[in-house]
Write a protein that binds this ligand. Structure first.
Ligand code: ADP
Ligand SMILES: N[C@@H](CCOP(=O)(O)O)C(=O)O
Length: 311
């Protein structure tokens, strides 16, 4: 095989109460990567579209290629050469798992080009290395769902224990990206290291409630459990109009609303697509009233994750 094209979707990490342990992918947008074998050794980024020239062309510094380098090292493959073209289909520092989508598309495409030596689950640690490079932390709540699809739970990081749980068929996500940028590294740096016992108890109740609500298709329970008493109060300060936009979503029928990943995007979950569209319109209008442009994506939960488009 000489060339491969792969797609990896955007993701919503944390899902309110599950900092670093919950995430799901949406259908669109997603990054697309094209790999083409070349005779000379080395991984070379030949083109990146959609990044306004902002992303590094150095393979060690770009999330899409650093994962390929680590995979080749692990497999003991030397003198391998390929050209990489990245189609960057989402903004950087968006809270939509932008770096993760590149890492996952990169590692899936490379694995395919090599004849699939590793399973999807086995690719996860390599995709996490892209997150380490981009944000200083190898968190799996974006790369996990982008790679595997479904609603992902990371029970443990050491050892890595990750699984998916079922979600109700009629559950829809509204993802609203205001036209501002927040770096995940910065948004992690401002978090406190200590959590009170009172907040730990509240958060654990909501984590349990959200898992049970999703598995039992209990929409009311899902909504009641989308409460984050630890991270959201700190990070929401970085997002202009956060409270008003969240309120707009809930007043317009969303089950719950919180920060997507480290922000600035907000996500809401709703029962049914119509309700999700209505919440999205209200959220966008609220941002617009404050002079902030935003884009809205409405999607079911993506069950399959990354896909090989061509080979
Ligand atoms: N292929 C890539 N796509 C997106 N960001 C990348 C990529 N490669 C490196 N980065 C770096 O990662 C950082 C953005 O990642 P992050 O803040 O996690 O964004 P997001 O919250 O959207 O995932 C930026 O510093 C960017 O330069
Ligand atoms: N759990 C991470 C998720 C970051 O998501 P991103 O989409 O902002 O990269 C965190 O909250 O830091």
């Amino acid at each position: 095989m000489n060339s491969v094209k792969a797609f990896a979707p955007a993701t919503v990490a944390n899902v309110a109460c599950g900092f670093d342990i919950f995430g799901f992918a949406i259908e669109e947008p997603g990054d697309v990567v094209e790999l083409r074998r070349r005779d000379e050794p080395g991984i070379v980024i030949t083109d990146i579209f959609g990044d306004e020239g902002r992303l590094p062309r150095n393979a060690e510094k770009n999330a899409v290629t650093v994962v390929m380098l680590r995979l080749l090292e692990h497999l003991g493959i030397q003198d391998f050469g390929c050209e990489v073209v990245l189609h960057k289909n989402m903004p950087l520092g968006s809270g939509m798992g932008s770096s993760a989508a590149s890492s996952v598309a990169g590692v899936v495409a490379m694995n395919e080009l090599l004849g699939n030596p590793l399973t999807r689950q086995e690719l996860l640690p390599f995709a996490m290395e892209g997150e380490r490079m981009a944000s200083g932390s190898a968190h799996a709540d974006n790369v996990g769902p982008s790679l595997l699809g479904g609603f992902v739970v990371i029970r443990s990081y050491t050892p890595l224990d990750i699984f998916t749980i079922p979600v109700p068929e009629d559950l829809y996500c509204t993802l609203v990206h205001p036209d501002i940028e927040i770096n995940t590294k910065d948004a992690r740096f401002i978090l406190r290291n200590e959590v009170s016992l009172k907040n730990t108890i509240a958060q654990m109740g909501n984590v349990a409630g959200l898992v049970a609500g999703l598995m039992k298709a209990d929409y009311e329970l899902i909504g009641r459990s989308m409460v984050d008493v630890i991270i959201e109060p700190v990070r929401s300060i970085l997002i202009p109009e956060f409270n008003a936009v969240k309120q707009a979503a809930i007043s317009n029928g969303a089950l719950g609303c919180s920060i997507s990943g480290s922000g600035p995007s907000l996500f809401a979950l709703s029962r049914g697509m119509e309700s999700a569209i209505k919440a999205g319109n209200a959220m966008q209008q609220q941002f617009a009233a404050a002079g902030i442009e935003s884009s809205v994506h409405v999607s079911a939960i993506n069950k399959g994750g990354a896909v090989v488009l061509e080979k």
